[in-house]
Design a protein around this ligand. Structure first.
Ligand code: NAD
Length: 363
């Protein structure tokens, strides 16, 4: 293994990799200014994961493999997430996807949620390359918005989020008492190019890619600057949910660790949840979301999205597979930094690296 070569002990290699990854985390999450490509970063992370798998005694709670993102910046108020905002486990090839589907299927069959010949149903989404945000609605009004931060505590970016036109300040219809919507803030490629041209003309900072432009725009101390940036939003999940009118409360009792509702809901799937979020006026990526069964279904979705990726108006860095049934999600549970019921299947990095290098040349 590369990490433990050259006379370096496994412990030394782990310490070196952790220090290097932490540095990249600060540049990426705190300053929105990465110095290596995502593929290089993913390579370091995989090296550390392999080393820790070989030497479990080296795993510490502080290791980047066990944690999400980076601590929030103190310039913003801190928001403690009622339900943690986690990351996603990654797959880089078909073998990883097949292994994920096998783990899911075995667990659900063991729990009696799938018959012996039945395959698992998944909800497939685009992996939008922006930044995760949590929007808190109380009695249908947007009261707070926070970045993911380290997963437990994020930055209060409420004033900035309120400037994004795609995000409703009031929900439509019968809204619950509390609804935390989770989703991605992003910037379209053409908007990013225009922004960079304007920034360059004014001798101001240009961004390496749309993701960094979105993050940098949202994490402005002056919301008037954010208001001028063309930010977009798609919802793909939820955190705390309670106080639903009617019988719908039970869905959230199943789905959200922070929820306390007890009544039962007829529909208990991730897809049904997203339909409901859309009915409240939240932007959901209905055009590309898709249901699939088994590893073959997942690979077909991956191939289809890969073929049309360049035609999308925004960057994606992969697709995400989520076990559709919420009771099944609950049985599958979580590992340290990610749910066991979901998987991010990344695209090969060639395009992303080229974009990064092109822009670097311009800078
Ligand atoms: P991640 O980006 O691999 O996956 C989790 C994130 O995916 C979520 O937080 C959410 O923001 C996003 N997401 C997009 N679409 C989604 C959907 N449909 N459903 C759910 N989530 C969705 O993990 P991460 O922990 O945010 O970041 C790790 C990744 O960030 C690395 O793999 C690397 O690519 C990049 N990174 C790069 C550097 C660098 O220096 N270049 C540094 C740190 C991280």
């Amino acid at each position: 293994m590369k990490g433990s070569s050259g006379g370096e002990s496994a412990a030394q290699a782990a310490a070196r990799l952790r220090a290097e990854i932490e540095q990249h985390n600060v540049r990426y999450y705190v300053y929105d200014d990465p110095s290596v490509s995502d593929a290089e970063y993913d390579g370091l992370m995989r090296e550390l994961q392999a080393l820790e798998a070989e030497h479990p005694e080296l795993v510490t709670p502080e290791s980047p493999t066990q944690r999400v993102g980076a601590a929030p910046v103190s310039a913003f108020g801190a928001v403690r997430h009622a339900v943690p905002m986690l990351s996603l486990s990654n797959a880089f090839d078909e073998e990883d996807v097949v292994a994920f589907d096998r783990r899911v299927t075995d667990t659900l069959r063991g729990a009696g949620l799938l018959g012996p010949a039945q395959q698992a149903d998944y909800f497939c989404e685009l992996k939008l390359d922006g930044l995760a945000i949590s929007l808190r609605y109380e009695d249908g009004r947007l009261v707070q918005a926070a970045t993911r931060g380290d997963g437990q505590t994020g930055e209060d970016v409420t004033s900035n989020i309120r400037t994004i036109k795609a995000i409703p300040l009031r929900l439509k219809g019968a809204a619950p008492k509390v609804l935390e919507v989770r989703g991605e803030v992003l910037m379209n490629r053409t908007d990013f190019e225009k922004l960079n041209q304007a920034q360059a003309k004014r001798d101001e900072k240009v961004f390496v890619n749309p993701r960094n432009a979105a993050a940098g725009s949202l994490r402005q101390l002056d919301p008037r600057i954010t208001a001028k940036r063309p930010l977009r939003f798609f919802a793909y999940g939820w955190g705390e949910v309670h106080g639903l009118p009617g019988a719908q409360g039970g869905l959230f009792a199943e789905a959200s660790a922070g929820a306390a509702e007890a009544s039962q809901l007829p529909e208990k799937s991730h897809g049904a949840m997203l339909d409901w979020l859309a009915s409240l006026g939240l932007p959901v990526n209905v055009k590309h979301n898709h249901r699939a069964t088994g590893a073959e279904g997942l690979m077909a979705f991956y191939a289809k999205v890969g073929a049309m990726r360049a035609e999308l108006p925004y960057d994606i860095d992969g697709v995400v597979y989520k076990v559709d049934s919420l009771p099944a999600q609950k049985v599958l549970g979580f590992v340290a930094r990610a749910p066991r019921f979901a998987l991010a299947h990344k695209f090969a990095a060639e395009e992303a690296t080229t974009t990064l290098l092109d822009i670097e040349v311009q800078v």
